[in-house]
Design a protein around this ligand. Structure first.
Ligand code: MLT
Length: 327
């Protein structure tokens, strides 16, 4: 081999080694700058509430700020796609929920592949939902509400955070179970949708307790039912849809944190460690408790646990939503 070839080979080897050393150093020093957490729903909504609580506690653990960026629209699939296209370096996270497991079934032109776009950090919390109406809505209970909705047909308005949002999934299950046919009004999140419900601009919603509990307690909106198998501890007076005669309803919104596919396991494990610590923070536990939810157990706030949940939920919703794909 000529001297020139030998020198080129050595230079390539040194370059390769420096790249490997660089990547390894980046992982060891991670995080050495602020992290962006994309919440694919408008500020002030239930997902945003979960994200801000958890991000603050994780920041303290990581020693770097986690900056929340709200990117609402299309049920959360726009923000999810942004994360899918981001660099897998640990500096862009997605905090969202069950909706991420449904986008593949609902959006034929989704700009990423459902089971190839994200790597897992861990589960965060499971949030019950409540069926709620505007304050002046005439029906007094679920059966009267369903009769009223059937009579109103498309004249009744149902606010959601867009196709694939859990407020939308709840509506789909309710429509399938009861035959009601309301007009669905999509928002960039149920934060703005709740503003319109409180203002009496829309008739009803199915939203997470992290957004409805305080409005129910203040009398600003009318509670009809919980979507979970059991009643919600902080709202014990509200019957479940199951108790109210709507069969098979058992829905809650599991929330999780993902990274773009290809984010090193060492970085994700560091994030999972910070998440597990954040979920033991008394402020997080207390706040979640007053809003009808609770942190998941530490062993669920791990990449492996989220991998399992995401896989099973993607399969479940692709069956439930067969034929519902957006035209
Ligand atoms: C939804 O799925 O309904 C959204 O999470 C609502 C929100 O967080 O704004």
């Amino acid at each position: 081999m000529s001297l020139a070839s030998r020198m080129l080979t050595m230079a390539a080897g040194l370059l390769g080694a420096s790249v490997i050393t660089g990547a390894a150093t980046a992982q060891v020093n991670y995080p050495d700058k602020p992290i962006m957490m994309i919440v694919p729903a408008a500020a002030g909504g239930p997902s945003d509430t979960v994200a801000r609580l958890v991000a603050e506690a994780m920041s303290a653990e990581l020693g770097q700020r986690i900056v929340i960026e709200n990117a609402g629209g299309a049920g959360g699939s726009i923000g999810a796609a942004r994360v899918a296209k981001s660099a897998p370096d640990g500096y862009t996270l997605l905090l969202y929920h069950i909706g991420v497991a449904t986008f593949g079934a609902l959006y034929p032109n989704l700009p990423y592949k459902q089971d190839e776009a994200f790597d897992s950090v861990g589960l965060v919390t499971e949030v019950p939902l409540t069926l709620v109406g505007r304050k002046g809505l005439p029906p007094e209970d679920v059966s009267a509400l369903l009769a009223w909705l059937k009579g109103k047909g498309a004249g009744a308005t149902f606010g959601t955070a867009g196709v694939g949002a859990v407020s939308d999934l709840c509506g789909r299950l309710l429509i399938d179970a009861t035959g009601i046919k309301p007009t669905v009004i999509p928002y960039k999140g149920t934060g703005p949708a709740m503003n319109d419900l409180v203002a009496g601009q829309i008739d009803f919603m199915c939203d997470q307790t992290t957004n409805t509990t305080n409005h129910i307690k203040s009398g600003g909106i009318k509670p009809y039912a919980a979507t979970t198998r059991n009643r919600i501890a902080v709202l014990p007076q509200i019957p479940t849809l199951l108790e109210s005669g709507v069969p098979g309803f058992d829905l809650s919104a599991w929330h999780a944190i993902w990274t773009p596919k290809g984010t090193p396991a060492q970085i994700r494990e560091k994030l999972s460690g910070a998440l597990q610590k954040a979920l033991t923070d008394p402020k997080v536990i207390e706040r979640f408790g007053t809003l009808g939810t609770a942190p998941v157990a530490a062993q669920m706030a791990t990449p492996a646990a989220l991998d399992d949940r995401f896989k099973s939920e993607t399969a479940r919703w692709s069956k439930l939503l067969a034929g519902a794909a957006q035209k």
